[in-house]
Design a protein around this ligand. Sequence first.
Ligand SMILES: Nc1ncnc2c1ncn2[C@@H]1O[C@H](COP(=O)(O)OP(=O)(O)OP(=O)(O)O)[C@@H](O)[C@H]1O
Length: 624
Amino acid sequence: MTAEDRSETVDREAQSSQSDYPDQSVPIEAIYETMEDLGRPIITASELGRQLNCSQHEAETILDVYTTDKKLNTFDVSADPVVWYPSDLNAVAKRERIVLFPTRREIVVDQPTQYTRAQLSQFAHLVDSTGTDPGTRGYLYRIRPEDVWAAPFDDTESLLRSVRSVLPRQSPHLEEWITDQWERAHQFTLKTHPDGYVVLEAATENLMGNVARQKLSDEQLHAPISDTESWVRDEAIGTLKRTLYEAGYPVVDNRKLETGAPIEIELTATLRDYQQAWMDMFLTQKAGIYVGPPGSGKTIAALGTLTAIAGETLILVPSRELATQWRDEICTHTTVDPRNVGEYHGGEKDISPITIATYQTAGMDRHRHLFDSRKWGLIIYDECQHIPSNIFRRSADLQAVHRLGLSASPVREDEKEAEIFTLIGPPIGTDWAALMEAGFVAEPEIEIRYVPWRDEIKRNEYSSADGRQRYQLASMNPAKIDEVRYLLARNNSSKALIFVEYLDQGKAIADALSIPFLSGETPHYERQRLLSEFKTGETKTLVVSRIADEGLDLPNAELAIVASGLGGSRRQGTQRAGRTMRPAGSSIVYVLATRGTREEDFAQRQLRHLAGKGIKIREANISE
Ligand SMILES: Nc1ncnc2c1ncn2[C@@H]1O[C@H](COP(=O)(O)OP(=O)(O)OP(=O)(O)O)[C@@H](O)[C@H]1O
């Protein structure tokens, strides 16, 4: 229990009830002054109670009064005490404020400088943010073991220097924990013995004996070489990494990896600083996942990595359309001879020095030779947050190859985290807000528009339906068609994508507004035609179904209307909002949710998550 936490266990008896404001009419200025005195723009009820000589309960009542009239907000921190902060942080905060909650390993930052955010994104991750304009935004960061494990530093000292450079004061408790986690991530190392076989080395005899040899089977730990070294079979490396990761010991992989048969290739694009940083980190770790918002340049960074290794490369993508897009990108941004680039999927079966295959085809037994038909130096998993499990298994054996994942969605949210971390590698990401500020990614504005029911019949139908059906009825509320029509008319100069969850709803909107509808049922050639017409501007509006979430590299759109389906998964939400986050001017995402239904709750939860990425959110009520 640190001093700070002790200070928060208020001795309620000691609180005299002679409050300075007996009728609780505390002016908001008194609360702001208390925050100024505390040196930070947030406050707990117990602190206010001490300041005003009243009980914690009375202080909470006072704070709630100002929360109701929106002068104060509360931070959704993981546990007591709740913190209150001014809705308009300019009222108290003139400059950056950082508060550390050591035992919860949470850091509250207001108006962080670019430097602070850049440092924090190296050893913590953004959990939530509040406020709308960059100048008044508050951020809540949390430090988890995997954040320390993936921290891009050579030693504990340099990691702690970065931590100390942003925190208001040193916290021995926190530094001890960080050091422990850092050391855990450097207890086991995989290396290549001069005779060519793989060795697992533990930092101590005890770790080898009590952790590795306890948790790993004889198949995985083939034979002991010394008290701290064991011979490892190649095919067991994937599961060995995963087992030790789950035991809290991520393995440092220092093996000499294949680089594959060399290929003549150079990058013609110039990497941006953050892309160069991603690549440097990857080449050091030999594995990892570039995490960044859609349009942030992950593909180009991957091409830079490909040309740095310059060995035969297998690229796995979710759909044939993306395979074609990758081929175009490779031929546009590198000097490779196009004859050395092949596609392998339902459409064509060409295994070349650079082969782009779909997960679906690569996962089929009859195509398993794809993985060992060439000496691959690099495997790239595009949209790696949803690799099918059989691909995990199949390519997990290819541990002797550099492995690069690309993902726009927060990989940490994915239940497959351990698999992704051990099969591919740790996230190599950057702070989304920094990318938006740098202008590499257009920051979308998102507005939830609460749509009323079209009529009483629909409302009653919803009330008498059960769970899942209710969500579908709310999503398909016919009143949304008029709302889509209105929004298109209001933004008639923009190219617009209308996302739907349900095919019937997509058809209804497409028919009512005479707009093409692109769904899984659309034949491949028709899909290509619609996409290229949308890209050239011949078609300005498209209705798209779920297929558009991750399977297609949708062209730029300034306007996105999510008629239904943002409530699906966080990942989908990120992708949909992100589809308009391409670096093309300002972009806006309207999310339609039927008022007073579960859809409204879903939408709000989704958007809080996106707000945590530093994206501006607004709300609007549509009158009946
Ligand atoms: N270093 C760079 N130099 C020039 N253009 C770049 C660079 N990085 C990215 N771009 C351009 O920005 C756009 C988005 O880049 P890219 O496709 O790599 O992003 P992405 O993160 O892969 O997007 P998505 O997640 O949607 O696939 C592309 O038009 C690309 O050409």
